[in-house]
Design a protein around this ligand. Sequence first.
Ligand code: G6P
Length: 605
Amino acid sequence: MFCGIVGFTGKNYQSAPILLKGLQKLEYRGYDSAGLFVSDQALGTDQLVKENGRVSELEKLVSSKNVTGNAGIAHTRWATHGVPSVNNAHPHVSADGRFYLVHNGVIENYIELKENYLKNVEFHSDTDTEVAVQLIDKFVKDGLTTFEALKKLISLLDNNSAYGFLLMDREEPERMYVAKQKSPLLIGIGSDFNVVTSDAVAMLDQTHDFIELHDGEIAIVDPDNVQLFAANGDAISREAFHLDIDATETDKGAYPFYMLKEIDEQPVVIRQLISRYLPKDGQPQIGEGIVKDMLAADRIYIIAAGTSYHAGLVGARLFERWAGIPTEVHVSSEFAYEQPLLSEKPFFIFLSQSGETADSREVLQNINAQGFKSLTLTNVEKSTLWREATYALPLLAGPEIAVASTKAYVAQVTLQAILAYALADREQLHLNLEQELSKIAIAIQGIIDDKEQLQEVAKNLLVESPNAFFIGRGIDSTVVLEAALKLKEISYVQTEGFAAGELKHGTLALIEEDTPVIAIMTQPRLAGLVRGNLAETQARGSKTYTIVTQKIATEEDDLVLPDVNELLTPLVSVVPAQLLAYYTSLERGLDVDHPRNLAKSVTVQ
Ligand code: G6P
């Protein structure tokens, strides 16, 4: 599972409301079911509450019961092993009710462990997590302490397994045991309490000071103390870091959905990137080491997944055309297991909103082992990909909560443009990037200010349609992939985006009366060809919509965007596509921020 985890322990606190609030903030990580276990040191009582569906359902159930307690653990689930159900929801409990465990990740060898150690134990769920908690119980019954039992459990998990474990023992009602491997977990430090969370945003109301836990480590967290241990059991110490994020950035305020808020924030994100990376007379400031190592490379490899991969497709053209460095873009889940032949002096760029995508991390670990240098561009400072790369730069997009990524794409393209600009011979380029990006921020604002017209287009063109197509050529052939992904993931309209020239090689067979075909055209040299392709679909009955730049616009075009530098047009043309997706989902009555079956941060492979 790549679920959300929070835990809290403090003297004189009620932990349930804190845990529920944390879970709400983590819902983007999974929302099939949720649960919590809370124990009350003073009363000597405890309670386990689990519910199918969203965190709000769990909240209702908790408020219908009298759940009190100063310490507790909680979880929101994205199902991998076993269907979403109350039984499969976490926390899982050992047979005699002593141990409670929440888990993020996948235990690959759980069936083998079950057969080897737990033959006679009755199971109540289909999860790998229940196997883990039953094993702890067994090892404690065999004479180990809880800490030793957790250590032993970890030693039995195979190398491919991933876990963020948060464990409570009824015999130590204020204590949390924590362990992690490949799955993010942080310990948050308070004055008279401590917390554990899989993502800092969930606990920002409580603290801004966090200790990272590294792979293989274990922690014991009490209200007034945190103990860290290396994998071999030796005590270690690590300073907390301070996270400078305003907790209100993670609220959606007056917006109906985070996605709309995040689309609206895009001009601000570009301005933040300008002021951080192009501060003085528009001269790029990104660190000498990065520039030196990138210029020494004979090829750049961009590694990413999902929307970040689409941002990489734009980046590749920027590095090639502006900096003259050959660049390849790879989907991380493929590169991890089929590494292509590399050039002599490769340099790797990891693009990741979350900094936690498991497939991308797999690649980073592989290339680290081969001794290659890398740079991570991520929205989450101190995330795994941030820590493990040679260099890291923040995307400065602010927390992105909606599952469908919007502002992270814009930030990734913008930052890659700044990097390519820093590597370029700027006199030859004849471009003032600072001015160009400012113009782009204004262009995006213009689209956002006029967004209601896109709501009408969504209603007339997409809401009733079972399918849709986006086409484009050149740089637009990359942005149509992102446009299609946005629409399909939140509206469930089956959508394909592809290079317009490919239409005739298969997809044209799918065009019927009223099939929506949306063309993005931003480059004069290719517009004629795309118009030709569009006409071919019209001849077969399609309903078309064109998104074009000013310099190629005709009376017939539907949405006209201001002209900007050709390679940067995706920053502008993606915005109407994001809004079309948003409004189609909204008009279909769907939960825009939480599309079915998906999660924001994919920490399993
Ligand atoms: C998930 C998210 C996408 C994201 C992708 C890669 O699928 O829903 O929005 O693009 O993961 O995530 P990353 O955090 O590495 O950018």
